[in-house]
Design a protein around this ligand. Structure first.
Ligand code: FAD
Length: 452
């Protein structure tokens, strides 16, 4: 009798989850686990936490939604707490698990964790699937990935062969493991999350909370958002509006759902193609696919570059000529720089967990080019603050702007004054997010202009 466990990671959904499906198909009894790592809530790399309250809330909503769905099928989600490889290993030992299902991981630490589990349990069958990408590994040409343009051209020439969405789940599902914890009441799950919220000093969650930007975690919300986005025909004008700084409908806002896996990129891609078929394709609908390919590119790039994706020098020949200035860094984080547009963007990020793509490019360019700061600190701050934090997209974009990524042109410079004229000529965004109220000079100096 095969006892299997499925380990949910960045794929918190039931539908179009090939790894989950594979495990359900081979198991006689099954359990579902998710790991909360206390280290994510401690100040670690570059003094940042891996997650702050905005993403914690979104994560809790997603876990509650997932548990509800499992509960309907007679199961529940087990929350394991600890360093992921140790927590999962312990679960495997305690419950005599023979098969472990999990998504392929593109993150370096995540891959290491999985390798440690495999080395500790030599008889364990590990079933991996590409749950978080548009493509599978055998769709990607062997050899170096090259630039984004090369990647996109190759994929588009092939007809963007997105592998088919996985078929329906086996019915009925295999039985839960024996024991009270498996299939326990949904309320007990929520109480446990509250207990961890206290333990990790995070905001108490309530399953109906909606943030200022209207994001609510969970597969159901993700599907509703997908449906509404295309029904309201925003896709027709995406290319003209995507660079706006502060309008909910200007870009798709799929990113938080994609990052946590409430929705799969294939589900979005399929809906986009259906829309083009029914309503007609135009530059804007093409551009949504184009941006999804950017996301895709960064996933495979991270897989290819491994830990180089996090190094100061990245892929560049030389180290950047930037350093760490604590005061400048603190001012950038708080939105207290001499640049109103940057301040407004940072206030928006700190309040909501979201910032537009244009905003991210501007504040990252300011970080590297105006403040001469080591890009890794900016990436770590984004990791902490972003609702849609995704290891590949975040570190890949930061490297790209810092000129140490897979960028043939070497770095990106955004002229802040010009960007303000282009995207906030009337100053409405700066006013709304109080970009002028916190203006300070860059470095503190004494009366004789010496640095303090
Ligand atoms: C410094 C920096 C850090 C970033 N960090 C992240 C991150 O941690 N997580 C994240 O999801 N995105 C990140 N991005 C990319 C981009 O800013 C966001 O994906 C986008 O703003 C999300 O809003 P949206 O869903 O409305 O995007 P849309 O404009 O509607 O795009 C549709 C989808 O395409 C993908 N996409 C769009 N632009 C990019 C891009 N430049 N790189 C990768 N994917 C993209 C996203 O999945 C997005 O949901 C970062 C960009 C920069 C410049």
């Amino acid at each position: 009798m095969t006892r299997a466990a499925f380990w949910f990671t960045q794929d918190l959904r039931i539908e179009d989850n090939p790894g989950l499906q594979a495990v359900l198909a081979c198991a006689q009894s099954v359990a579902f686990v998710y790991v909360l790592n206390p280290a994510d809530f401690e100040h670690r790399n570059y003094q940042q936490k891996a997650m702050c309250h905005n993403r914690w809330r979104f994560l809790c909503e997603s876990l509650i939604d997932l548990n509800k769905q499992l509960h309907r099928r007679g199961h529940s989600l087990m929350l394991l707490v600890g360093e992921p490889s140790e927590a999962v290993s312990q679960f495997i030992r305690q419950h005599n698990v023979q098969t472990l299902g999990v998504a392929h991981q593109v993150g370096w630490f995540e891959q290491q964790a999985l390798s440690r589990i495999e080395s500790q349990h030599t008889n364990l069958a590990v079933v991996r699937r590409w749950n978080t990408t548009l493509f599978n590994a055998d769709d990607i040409e062997p050899g170096p990935l090259g630039s984004f343009s090369r990647f996109r051209n190759t994929m588009e020439k092939k007809g963007t062969p997105v592998s088919p969405i996985s078929a329906t789940m086996p019915q009925p599902w295999p039985a839960p493991f024996e024991g009270d914890d498996f299939g326990r009441p949904h309320q007990a799950f929520i109480s446990q999350l509250h207990q961890y919220a206290r333990e990790f000093q995070q905001v108490a969650i309530d399953s109906t909370g909606v943030s200022e930007l209207d994001f609510s975690g969970g597969e159901m919300h993700a599907q509703n958002h997908l449906k509404t986005y295309f029904e309201t025909r925003l896709a027709d004008t995406y290319k003209q509006t995507r660079n706006e700084l502060d309008d909910w409908s200007s870009s798709t806002k799929f990113s938080p759902y994609l990052a946590i896996g409430n929705i799969s990129p294939k589900q979005i891609w399929q809906r986009l193609k259906q829309y083009e078929h029914e309503q007609g394709a135009n530059d804007s609908t093409y551009w949504i696919g184009f941006e999804l390919l950017w996301r895709e590119y960064f996933q495979w790039l991270l897989l290819q570059n491994g830990k180089r994706s996090f190094l100061f020098q990245g892929n560049a020949k030389d180290k950047p000529l930037t350093s760490f200035y604590p005061e400048r860094f603190a001012k950038w984080c708080k939105g207290e720089t001499p640049y109103p547009l940057v301040n407004a963007c940072m206030h928006q990020l700190n309040a909501t967990g979201y910032m537009s793509n244009r905003g991210r490019q501007i504040v990252a360019s300011c970080f590297v080019n105006e403040l001469a700061l080591d890009w890794r600190f900016g990436a770590a701050y984004f990791q902490q603050q972003l609702l849609d934090y995704d290891v590949a997209s975040n570190w890949g974009n930061w490297q790209y702007i810092a000129g140490v990524g897979a960028d043939p042109r070497g770095g990106r410079f955004f002229n802040i004054e010009k960007q303000t004229q282009l995207y906030d000529a009337k100053g409405a965004f700066i006013t709304q997010w109080q970009g002028r109220d916190t203006l300070t000079q860059l470095d503190s100096v004494d009366a004789a202009d010496w640095p303090i």
